[in-house]
Design a protein around this ligand. Structure first.
Ligand SMILES: Nc1nc2c(ncn2[C@@H]2O[C@H](COP(=O)(O)OP(=O)(O)OP(=O)(O)O)[C@@H](O)[C@H]2O)c(=O)[nH]1
Ligand SMILES: [Mg+2]
Length: 346
């Protein structure tokens, strides 16, 4: 077992050492210089990840139970599976993570399954940055399929879900009863819809409501199916039909519907590959990741600038009304520009 050296940990993880993989993920989670070394290595070899599947939905909707079922389906196809169970609500994370261990515990002795709980420690922005790198580390360790469980209740969570090729959105019976704006985000990211806890009753009417919402969304986007202009993003010479998210009923606690769910996830994956959209999606994801890195760096620069003498001066200027907020910002920006000239020896 290598020490904390990121390169040694990476090589060991790649060679199948699961404890090294666990430590590598901790390095990435913590960030900093060693994380960058590990991240760079994983990025270089990450083209090999076969499928990344996000499982998102409201707290308690059955995501972990469903993920456990999906692990079984992946293992039935003899592929290795990695799981990142993301718990953004740090106050209850201890209990939830323990719960995940229990719910996915039947796979604990299977060496083809690697389960990792990730607590955000109250910093979801950081999580959105860390998760794609963690997925790449799992891929480098030859896990063929990576499942990412996240609670889908906000922009940042939806961004975490955006790290997936295929996103499964989990709802429960009754979900369609009152349409809220918050649900629109989930409608948008869903590649496969699951009405879980179908055993509780009312699932069929929720399915009908969901189908109607999906139809509305497609009409609004001008996708009535027959003829018409090809939708933006269609690849010439490839099938131009858009993917229509299926709405499935499951009862994760009994395993009912799991086989069909996995078949739908695989069908979506085939669709992405055949249409050329998998490559597009992954490229868009790394660009989005770069954008998040840039935004977080710039945010940090802003904080540093405000704490520096010129920042304090600008803040004082606002206080005595000699500067308005726009002038103050302009002055600070002017201090940042121009970028250093590489030809300038000084
Ligand atoms: N009746 C019924 N209960 C279920 C089903 N699936 C999950 N549950 C139960 O719902 C509760 C929550 O399940 P979890 O799998 O932990 O849900 P989760 O979405 O992962 O929860 P958080 O990660 O805490 O947001 C547990 O008590 C499960 O046993 C189902 O299909 N039917
Ligand atoms: Mg869970």
């Amino acid at each position: 077992m290598p020490g904390g050296d990121p390169t040694a940990l990476y090589r060991a993880a790649q060679a199948g050492d699961r404890r090294a993989l666990g430590r590598l993920l901790s390095l990435i989670e913590q960030g900093g210089r060693e994380a960058r070394v590990a991240g760079r290595l994983a990025f270089g070899s990450s083209a090999g990840v076969e499928m990344v599947v996000g499982v998102t939905g409201a707290p308690g909707s059955g995501k972990s139970t469903l993920t456990d079922g999906l692990i079984g389906e992946v293992r039935a196809s003899a592929r290795q599976v990695g799981v990142l169970a993301v718990d953004p609500s740090s106050p209850r994370s201890g209990g939830a993570i323990l719960g995940d261990r229990v719910r996915m515990g039947r796979h604990a002795s299977d060496s083809g399954v690697f389960i990792r709980s990730v607590a955000s420690r109250g910093h979801l922005g950081g999580l959105a940055l860390a998760v794609p790198e963690m997925v790449r580390a799992l891929a480098a360790a030859h896990l063929d399929v990576v499942l990412v469980e996240t609670v889908g209740v906000g922009q940042a969570e939806v961004e975490v879900a955006g790290a997936a090729d295929t996103t499964v959105v989990v709802v429960n019976p009754g979900w369609g009863d009152d349409v809220q704006a918050a649900k629109a985000g989930l409608l948008e990211v869903a590649d496969v819809f699951v009405v879980n806890k179908a055993d509780l009753g009312g699932a069929e009417s929720t399915r009908v409501d969901l189908e109607a919402m999906l139809d509305l969304g497609r009409e609004a986007a001008g996708e009535d199916g027959a003829g018409g202009e090809p939708a933006a993003g269609d690849v010439p010479g490839r099938p131009s039909g858009r993917w229509r998210p299926p709405v499935l009923l499951t009862s994760a606690s009994t395993g009912a519907g799991m086989e069909r769910l996995w078949a739908s996830v695989e069908a979506h994956h085939r669709y992405l590959v055949d249409s050329g959209r998998l490559t597009e999606r992954r490229q868009a994801q790394v660009v989005a990741e770069m954008r998040r890195v840039l935004a977080s760096r710039l945010e940090r620069d802003v904080e540093a600038l405000l704490g520096a003498p010129e920042g304090r001066e600008a803040i004082a200027g606002l206080g005595d009304r000699t500067l308005d907020p726009y002038e103050a910002a302009e002055r600070l920006l002017a201090g940042l520009r121009p970028l250093p000239d590489p030809a300038d020896p000084g």
